[in-house]
Design a protein around this ligand. Structure first.
Ligand code: GLN
Length: 440
């Protein structure tokens, strides 16, 4: 634990928002005492891990990388984090990310842009950029990220590690600061399929504090060993799109050929165009975030800026303390929800989402797994994507659809420069891990 804390303290990647040294060393000394006493030690006991700075951990800062919550300390602990604590894992760091999860590069943060673990001139990806870098550099053994539209999978791809977005609801969202509640997922970033499996098991389960959480069965080590997957599919239009980087395309097609050579059948499937996926996702995500962030007006939480009257106080507090990107989303979200627009835009978004989910259901009658690149493009240089928010939204083309479908999906660090994404039908997280194990 001490060693990892030192590495984090000296790190030049801007992956740290706050170190949890006192808490971590205290917990570590308890594990040391157990070892000295020859007591049995659990699998996760004493393992140092990182937490994206959007999760509550009682007594620690939870800033969401925002100016508004810069000095906010959590009053309670998130359910997923509590389960890890109960298993003896040791939280050592709150990790840098895009503010409130708003972004794909971890540049929308008051703590400085996170640098990519492989090439520090490039972005780390986002929004869980600090978490991915800490795992890639082995500053943490694993990290807990949050994925609303790709925020675990994309930075995992950009930093060549594993990152899982489980089936929606499999891990309780209680204590995760809400971005878009209908797609927000808790998930692990780690260096092996086995670590991902263990962490998923520990954090899963129905939680009375999150009504959308679901019961699930444990995935055993054995269950993911032998591949019985016979048919996989990929979306033709993802691969034929003009936006795809030629190298990512070529690498992906090579992976497909290799899979075919093992005897697995591969089907090319039709799917929604990626601009439809992106616009549906951003319509709903912005609407939900406008609603979720409405509570952040300086009354109960955060840096309040006093003005002449209450309404002015709300306005000044929010306009001074939210980032440009967050404000863009709040304004966009309130617009699509407002009278005159909601029928045309928001309700249309909901209807499209239903169609997308239906399409997935049909696809999974034909194939066991859908394989895709994680991103159409490689990580940009730091500073570049801030100039063009629309281009940044489009870079989420391959991750957001699976979020809308609430499907389990995993980034594996191979196949293309930014990884492969393995997706299965809802609640079939086991199959995702099995296929990842097979590809290893
Ligand atoms: N890049 C996407 C967005 O900005 C996804 C972010 C996330 O999953 N938190 O909405």
């Amino acid at each position: 634990v001490q060693e990892k804390l030192d590495l984090l303290k000296q790190n030049k990647y801007n992956s740290v928002n706050s170190l949890l040294d006192t808490l971590a060393l205290n917990l570590a000394s308890k594990v040391d005492a157990k070892i000295a006493n020859n007591e049995e030690i659990g699998l996760l006991e004493g393992i140092p891990f990182g937490i994206k700075d959007v999760y509550m951990l009682q007594g620690t800062y939870t800033t969401a990388s925002s100016k508004l919550l810069k000095n906010y300390k959590s009053a309670y602990t998130a359910s997923a984090i509590q389960k890890l604590l109960d298993a003896g894992a040791i939280p050592i760091v709150k990790e840098n990310c895009d503010s409130f999860g708003h972004g794909s590069s971890s540049e929308n943060t008051i703590f400085g842009a996170v640098k990519n673990a492989i090439n520090p001139e490039l972005v780390a990806g986002g929004s869980s950029g600090g978490s991915a870098v800490n795992v890639a550099k082995e500053y943490t053994v694993f990290s807990i990220g949050g994925d609303t539209g790709g925020s675990i999978r994309q930075p995992a791809g950009y930093n060549h590690i594993y990152g899982l977005k489980p089936t929606y609801g499999r891990i309780s969202r209680y204590g995760l600061m809400a971005y878009a509640s209908s797609t927000d997922c808790v998930g692990p970033l780690a260096k092996s399929v086995e670590d991902i499996r263990i962490l998923l098991n520990v954090m899963s389960g129905k939680d009375p504090k999150d009504q959308t959480s679901i019961t699930s069965t444990e995935i055993s080590e054995k269950a993911i060993l032998n591949n019985n997957i016979k048919t996989i599919g990929y979306f033709k239009n993802f691969i034929e799109s003009e936006a795809i980087d030629p190298k990512i395309k070529a690498d992906f097609l090579t992976s497909i050929e290799k899979i075919k050579a093992t005897g697995i059948k591969v089907k090319a499937l039709d799917f929604f165009k990626s601009d439809i996926l992106v616009s549906t996702y951003y319509t709903l995500a912005m609407a939900e975030t406008a609603s979720n962030l409405s509570r952040l007006d300086g009354t109960n939480y955060g840096n309040r800026i006093e003005a002449e009257n209450l309404i002015e106080t709300y306005a000044v507090t929010r306009s001074e303390n939210f980032s440009e990107e967050t404000k863009r989303r709040i304004v966009g979200g309130n617009q699509v929800l407002s009278q005159g627009f909601s029928d045309e835009i928001y309700l249309k978004g909901l209807a499209l989402r239903d169609q997308i989910s239906e399409n997935f259901k049909k696809d999974f009658e034909e194939v066991d797994i859908i394989l895709s690149p994680v991103t159409p493009s490689t990580p940009p240089k730091i500073g570049e994507s801030l100039k063009d928010p629309h281009a940044m939204y489009l870079s989420d083309a391959y991750t957001v659809g699976f979020s809308l479908g609430q499907l389990p999906t995993l980034t594996v660090p191979q196949g293309t420069a930014t990884g492969l994404q393995i997706t299965a039908a809802k609640n079939n997280d086991e199959l995702v891990l099995k296929f990842a194990n097979f590809l290893k």
